[in-house]
Write a protein that binds this ligand. Sequence first.
Ligand code: NAD
Length: 448
Amino acid sequence: KWQAPVNGEYAPNINPADPGEILGMFPESCHADVDEAIQAAVKAGPSWRQTPSPERGRLLLKFADLLDQHADALGEILTREQGKILKESVGEVQRAAVEARFMAGEASRLAGETLPSERRGVWIQTIREPLGVVGAITPWNFPVVTPVRKIAPALASGNPVVFKPASDTPWTAVYLMELLIEAGLPPGVVNLVIGSGSVVGQRLAESPLVNGITFTGSSATGRRIYTAVAQHLGRVQLELGGKNAAMVTDYPDLEGAAKEIVAAAFAASGQRCTAISRVIVSRAEAPRLTDAVVELVRQIKVGNGLSRDATMGPLINKERLMTVEESVGNAKNSGARLLTGGKRLTELGNGFFYAPTVLDDVKPDSLLAKEEIFGPVLPIVTVDSMEEAINVCNDTPYGLAASVFTEDIDKAMQAAGAIRAGMIHINHGTASEAHVPFGGVKASGQGA
Ligand code: NAD
């Protein structure tokens, strides 16, 4: 059932393409709301745990079908509150359906092992048990697929969930709950609490009644959550930030590489954890690759995501816009050369629009080359050897994804072995698939 927050407080949800448009008022929930949601999950846990897992899978199949059926309607809401273009939003909902369907199948495969014993007449069996209440805390950049990636596996495995979406994208979260209800989810098995990270998220992470937290967001918040969950020895799964390189050495089709790089760098306005956020290229190939990248970036049409001809939407909010502006300003001051973009697009109105930006002459040890910016900004670093490229690639706190463009299979394998990242792509941009492991190393993740 839906209920009002105990404190009666609400905050506006705005459209980042047109901040004057208030999409709705959503709760600013407090500790009492979180505690009640946790209690509801605790109460619903035993019966959900005893529900045969293939039956749990059937519910997820129904949910997947509903996601497909509602892809256009939910996609439009996603664009209105998050900003990404409609094609990407509808694609995200359809991808969420694929994730839910995959997990529906996994529900029937919760297999254990039988092992021989050291003793005669004894056999040993391992079984997979539900963990208990799972707290799912998600960011705003993929407000449909990320929650589904957390809720669906938790449900398949017999765990009740308390779900806390990002404050910028509560509407899609409400819609997901409606679809779960329509799919036949019993009361209390998934509980949505909308509110701030410091109040709702932190309370969830601190609660000893929550047995595990699955979190996607920034590395800084991930550290706070890890610390809080450790106090009661809960489990954590952290999907965090990235500084994903595209490394280009010995690749004749530089125009083809540029196409892959630009698509992976500027989708969702660069606000993807796996966005390509720096190019590391050999000195010989740099001029041609840079020209090809800049030409493609200049073709990007920024606008309201609902407009059919826009190919990139706004940033999520004013803070993000200011951070991106500041990062580009600092990079220019430290010697990087602006090739295109580098400014707010005020001619598009009050929306949080920033021009897709490319810089070269970027020093490998500068903040722009090493830190996550999370916006439509692509720095290009030039190197003299494959060895230097790998060193630059690894010289960042993050280790999420990387793309390597080379026609030399030995170099591809050498790079794949030497790059410290959770996911390495050869000759294409960064992407993920439902049935494939996803996660990072170093400051990019834990427990995934
Ligand atoms: P964020 O860390 O600010 O917020 C993520 C979520 O955590 C939100 O729901 C927020 O309200 C909540 N939160 C904030 N403080 C909290 C606290 N003290 N306790 C508990 N919860 C708290 O991240 P963001 O700005 O929403 O998202 C952008 C970040 O997410 C980027 O760093 C990006 O790389 C990362 N990300 C990673 C992946 C991945 O899979 N590796 C995917 C998407 C985004």
